[in-house]
Design a protein around this ligand. Structure first.
Ligand code: AMP
Ligand code: MG
Length: 336
């Protein structure tokens, strides 16, 4: 339904009563529940089929809610500087967990992830609920995150009572996650705020191994979400790291009606296979914005093998690379 004032009040009340709702944010659509109600939060895990050891992000609509609701044990100093620069916005900060956070939210860790989103509808819903909201992406676990209300409906129909339609998500990939609970601040997940932007406030940061590489069997993930297969279409997706012409020649050499290409705008006219475009080559924001929709589009076809362009790893492109490499199960062909 549309996010009218009335509908936002209805959803706010439902959330306060322990129900779930699909809501737009500037990153991706969230599946929200009252973050202080462990039972409501456990319904999120059921609806998504999400492993219980993958913690959720708690969303606020006012900085003072962190103290008001006892969300953290203490606010690390750097939070103020980060908040000043990047909140409200696509940045999640991990802090020491406060007494009010149920185990369902933190998956038993002694830390909690907090974000102050900028989307006016998200803020209005949190304010209407008068509760912090736990909200992971509103997709079935493992599939691409939803960037439209239609995507949420596709995955959640029959499982949740409300979906607010706020149009297409502006950023298109999930928030940047940084932890302040390590000696040196560590990037756990790249997103709309880049490593350079974080370093402009925090000084040198570390980038968790799991951002760029596959975890080895038995290796512990600093961010539990990084260990799961994620964002995968049904078709077999393989990334191809190559210059423009080599990529196009390679894909055309494989052309038949079971093969597709997950490519940039600029590639489309050179390819002889079904194409799924995820933005322009040098416009990383457009890639983030279109990636998940392109992955979902693949699922609407019978294409069996998709050759995807391997994105850059600079700036916002790092967030796109991080998602796509997981979609492809880390399968990359490198053409010299
Ligand atoms: P999602 O809610 O689907 O955007 O996923 C949230 C991401 O944040 C997952 O990758 C989680 O593993 C990560 N996360 C949430 N809370 C924590 C925490 N306390 N420590 C480390 N990572 C966390
Ligand atoms: Mg998710």
């Amino acid at each position: 339904m549309l996010p009218t004032k009335e509908n936002i009040q209805t959803v706010g009340k439902a959330l306060r009563e322990g129900m779930l709702a699909g809501i737009p944010t500037e990153t991706v659509y969230g599946l929200a529940a009252d973050a202080l109600n462990g039972k409501a939060v456990s319904e999120i895990f059921k609806a998504k089929g999400r492993p219980m050891d993958n913690p959720l992000i708690v969303h606020i609509s006012d900085f003072f809610q962190i103290e008001r609701f006892s969300l953290v044990r203490e606010i690390p100093k750097a939070v103020y500087a980060l908040a000043e620069k990047f909140w409200p916005g696509p940045l999640t900060i991990i802090m020491p967990k406060g007494s009010a956070i149920p185990d369902e939210v933190s998956a038993g860790l002694d830390t909690v992830a907090i974000r102050f989103p900028s989307h006016p509808v998200t803020k209005a819903v949190i304010t209407a609920a008068d509760r912090p909201l736990a909200a992971p992406s509103a997709n079935t676990s493992g599939s691409p995150s939803p960037t439209t209300a239609g995507h949420v409906y596709h995955d959640m129909q029959g499982k949740i009572p409300y979906i607010l339609d706020g149009g297409i998500c502006e950023v298109g990939v999930e928030s940047t996650v940084v932890t302040l609970c390590t000696d040196v601040p560590t990037l756990l997940r790249p997103g709309g705020i880049t490593p350079l932007q974080l370093e402009s406030v925090l000084g040198k940061i570390q980038i968790s191994d799991a951002v760029l590489h596959k975890l080895k069997d038995g290796e512990k993930a600093e961010s539990p979400g990084m260990k799961y297969k994620h964002y995968a279409p049904r078709a077999n997706l393989i990334l191809v790291k190559a210059e423009d012409e080599k990529y196009r020649d390679f894909v055309n050499s494989k052309a038949d009606n079971t093969v597709g290409a997950l490519c940039y705008d600029e590639d489309e006219k050179f390819l002889n296979v079904r194409t799924f475009v995820f933005g322009a080559k040098n416009d990383y924001s457009s890639q983030a914005n279109r990636l998940f929709d392109a992955l979902r589009e693949i699922d609407e076809t019978d294409i069996q093998t998709v050759y995807g362009r391997c994105p850059d790893t600079e700036g916002m492109a790092l967030a796109v690379y991080n998602r796509l490499i997981r979609s492809a199960g880390f399968e990359v062909i490198e053409l010299a």
